[in-house]
Ligand binder design. Structure first.
Ligand code: C2O
Ligand code: CU
Ligand code: CU
Length: 497
């Protein structure tokens, strides 16, 4: 992975570029429809940044226009771009944007490409940095290194070499400066990354209309509580009767879950966190914790207007109201529904099925909440960038048992290497990979993962950024060779036991 692979230099200007470079309209225009929906919104920010929306009664504006973020494409194996993070008061108090766009521009590239990103900190005070969530790239130096601090007024040039065998799918970028992550992501700093290939080339999927939906919010302002899809309140998503569309959905909110339901329509889920599923999963409800992604196929049915909602979810401090996300309008000339795929893509390197391989080591990781400091921790320890919490051997296969010792759900996320979810609360899961997975309150998730290709330090954490900023994050260091601990060799376990 260290040497950039030779890549055929095919110019990419002929691949639907005009469709992809459509720019979003000025936010002021796009949000105009919601301008009349003024209502004071109650908000509690509890210790550790737990955010509870108390007032779900915000009036909802008539559907707005569905638009997508601008796109920056790699050319000849290289995506070289600059992002300026800056306050954006025109959109409301606390808003921040990359290059004035909410969400930030979508970066599209391919396995084997090089990603060069110069981050300019124009926030006017805060420290920031940039993390490429879900990418299997080096965490060192100017790679996906969240220990970098980009001071106000300064810039930093990141460079990531995307492996040739990198899974294709939906990823995202966002700030990751400890203590400031929640405020900056909640302010709007987030953007999608799409790696092309994989599922895109299946005959049933190739060429079908594709929509990216970056979900953000809640935002609090004079218009009440707002949840945004690509910066828009309640956009109207058009589909023809019988037409199949692929939606790529990203939960880019700092603390909020999206518990998505599209009245009367099943979702045919084809990917989780940028990892293709072996076969579509037909479901009525998709729970996406902060940081999680879903690719789904949707088929238009009878003409009419249908609500995409986030249903009420969570308990106690995490209770969220039901709210409207978007409006789906089925209209126009009917199409004969094309058959949906029955199989997708098998697990493939780097992410192979680990259900029956020898495990080098098992660890228990507990998301803890306590009434004394540290209030939010992992295994009783609040994040310390100078401490290594887990030392692992390069190439090791490990099983991590991840627990919550409290009623809160905690979306577990680790950088650099995705993991296979083996079981949730003891229930075995079909073989698939994720990079972020919610650990239920007082529950347990068992994962297996291989620490492949890259040595160095990176982090694992709860992706509720209020929890993360308050300390729910740990450091893992991947080292070459023996790390001092005798590996415990477990027999190949059956999932869930
Ligand atoms: Cu999406 Cu460590 O972050
Ligand atoms: Cu990440
Ligand atoms: Cu948490």
């Amino acid at each position: 992975m260290e040497t950039p692979p030779a890549k055929s230099a095919s110019p990419r200007g002929n691949r639907g570029r005009s469709r992809l470079t459509r720019r979003r309209f000025a936010a002021g225009v796009a949000l105009g429809a919601a301008g009349s929906a003024a209502l004071g919104a109650g908000l509690i920010v509890a210790r550790g940044g737990r955010v509870t929306a108390q007032d779900a009664a915000t009036p909802v504006a008539a559907p707005g226009r569905f638009i997508e973020p601008g796109v920056r494409l790699s050319m000849n194996g290289l995506l070289d771009t600059t992002l300026s993070a800056a306050p954006d008061a025109t959109d409301g108090p606390g808003r921040m944007t990359y290059d004035g766009e909410l969400p930030g521009p979508t970066l599209r590239f391919r396995p084997g490409d090089t990603l060069k990103l110069r981050l300019q900190n124009d926030l006017g005070g805060d420290i920031t940095n940039l993390h490429v969530h879900g990418l299997h790239v080096s965490p060192r130096d100017n790679g996906d290194n969240v220990f970098v601090h980009v001071m106000s007024g300064e810039s930093f040039s990141y460079e990531c070499q995307i492996p040739d065998n990198h899974p294709a799918g939906l990823f995202w970028y966002h700030p990751h400066s400890h203590g400031d992550s929640m405020q900056q992501v909640a302010g709007g700093l987030a953007g999608a990354m799409i790696i092309e290939g994989g599922l895109d080339n299946l005959p049933e999927i190739q060429g079908i209309p594709e929509r990216l939906m970056v979900l953000q919010g809640p935002f609090f302002g004079t218009a009440g509580i707002q949840y945004l899809v690509n910066g828009q309140v309640n956009p109207e998503i058009a589909i023809r009767p019988g037409q199949t569309q692929r939606w790529r959905i990203l939960n880019a909110s700092a603390n909020n879950f999206f518990n998505l339901q599209l009245a009367g329509y099943p979702f045919h889920r084809i990917a989780i966190d940028g990892n293709p599923l072996p076969a579509p999963l037909t479901i009525d409800l998709i729970l996406l914790g902060p940081g999680e992604r879903a690719d789904v196929l949707i088929q238009g049915g009878a003409p009419g207007s249908y609500e995409l909602r986030s249903l009420a979810w969570g308990e106690r401090g995490q209770a969220q109201p039901d709210f409207l996300v978007a409006t789906v309008t089925v209209a126009g000339e009917a199409e004969t529904p094309a058959p949906l795929p029955t199989t997708l893509l098998p697990l493939a390197p780097p992410y192979i099925d680990l259900s029956s391989v020898p495990i080098d080591r098992q660890r228990i990781i507990t998301f803890e909440e306590a009434s004394d400091a540290p209030y939010f921790s992992i295994d009783g320890k609040a994040f310390d960038a100078d401490r290594v919490d887990q030392t692992v051997n390069l190439g090791a296969t490990e099983e991590w048992i991840i627990r919550s010792n409290n009623p809160d759900w905690h979306p577990f996320h680790i950088h650099v290497n995705d993991f296979q979810v083996m079981s949730i609360n003891g229930e075995p899961q079909p073989a698939h990979y994720e990079d972020t997975t919610p650990v239920p309150g007082n529950g347990e998730v068992v994962i297996r993962t291989r620490f492949l290709d890259f040595t160095g330090k990176f982090v694992y954490h709860c992706h509720i950024l209020g929890h993360e900023d308050a300390g729910m994050m740990g450091v893992v260091e991947v080292v070459e060779g023996a790390n001092g601990a005798t590996p415990i060799v477990f027999p190949a376990a059956t999932p869930g036991t």
